[in-house]
Design a protein around this ligand. Structure first.
Ligand code: NDP
Length: 263
């Protein structure tokens, strides 16, 4: 039996096991996908091999560590510096990032956008900034702490901490922080958010499965929005395609996984 898991802290909220196991069941694949709570990211590689895994996903806060422990990193993950999908290939740990393309697929329904404000500067923010720029949407990053901005500045992104970012018009406001994931916090002050929402066309929270304080503010401003469910589905489809070495077509994976959302 092939074993897969998702590493994270927290991880109990993750829908990934449901999504991937629904594919294994539908296609009678002898495989199982579990959750692994990992507090210490430094042990990620050792735990991967100790559990004899064939592949894994990585979530908050270990995506940058995952990038660092791979034997090889492929595709957009090389630019992002963060990995959310690990695949064992001939005994070597190969890293990918499927969050980026998953997010772009989810953003399509909002139509043409010129620029974006990304709140947060973690692994997800890196993925989104990179893929937005590749798709002609100019991202600006705003983060609580200054020290996480180095990657963005080094890669010529507009990146600011809370105190000094330009309050101008951004078409889409995106929360990539973990504020609201396991607490009731806003990623930016309520007054700043309402000013930003009054000028924006739409908003996205990458957190899924709950109405976060951020999304409650979006609802008050009556903006079109999405939570992270669509992105979750799309990144999962792409990850499973890598796990199964492309044997199941993407459309078939999407159909099976999306049904698991209503379970
Ligand atoms: P990281 O740990 O790498 O980064 C977290 C970011 O959140 C940091 O910038 C941090 O700021 C900021 N932050 C945390 N708490 C607060 C707070 N109270 N106020 C303001 N900023 C805060 O996380 P990831 O990038 O890996 O993941 C971020 C979120 O995205 C998670 O909630 C995760 O579940 C979700 N996600 C959803 C996906 C989907 O498919 N829908 C895919 C990927 C991620 P600082 O630097 O100041 O600490």
């Amino acid at each position: 039996m092939k074993l897969f898991t998702i590493f994270g802290d927290p991880v109990s909220h993750s829908r990934s096991p449901l999504m991937h196991n629904s594919v294994f069941k539908a296609y009678q694949i002898d495989a199982c996908y579990t959750r692994t709570h990992l507090a210490d990211g430094a042990s990620l590689r050792d735990v991967f091999f100790a559990k004899a895994l064939s592949g894994a996903n990585v979530t908050v806060p270990h995506k940058e560590v995952a990038y660092a422990v791979c034997d090889e990193v492929r595709g957009i993950a090389q630019h992002i510096g963060a990995v959310n999908t690990l695949v064992l290939e001939n005994g070597r740990l190969i890293g990918y990032n499927t969050d980026a393309d998953g997010f772009m697929a989810a953003l399509q329904s909002f139509g043409t956008l010129a620029n974006a404000l990304i709140i947060g500067a973690g692994g997800t923010a890196r993925a989104l900034a990179t893929v937005l720029r590749q798709n002609g949407i100019t991202p600006t990053i705003v983060n609580r702490s200054e020290n996480r901005l180095d990657y963005f500045k080094a890669n010529d992104f507009l990146a600011y901490s809370w105190g000094n970012f330009p309050l101008t018009t951004y078409d889409v406001i995106i929360n990539t922080t973990s504020a609201g994931l396991a607490d009731e916090e806003l990623p930016l002050s309520s007054s700043l958010l309402s000013e930003l929402f009054s000028r924006a066309t739409c908003a996205v929270d990458v957190i899924y499965g709950k109405t976060t304080p951020f999304l409650r503010e979006v609802q008050k401003a009556k903006l079109p929005y999405k939570d992270g469910s669509n992105m979750l589905l799309e990144q999962g489809v792409l990850a499973n395609h890598l796990f199964m070495d492309g044997t199941i077509p993407l459309d078939a994976l999407r159909e099976t996984m999306s049904k698991s959302f209503s379970l």
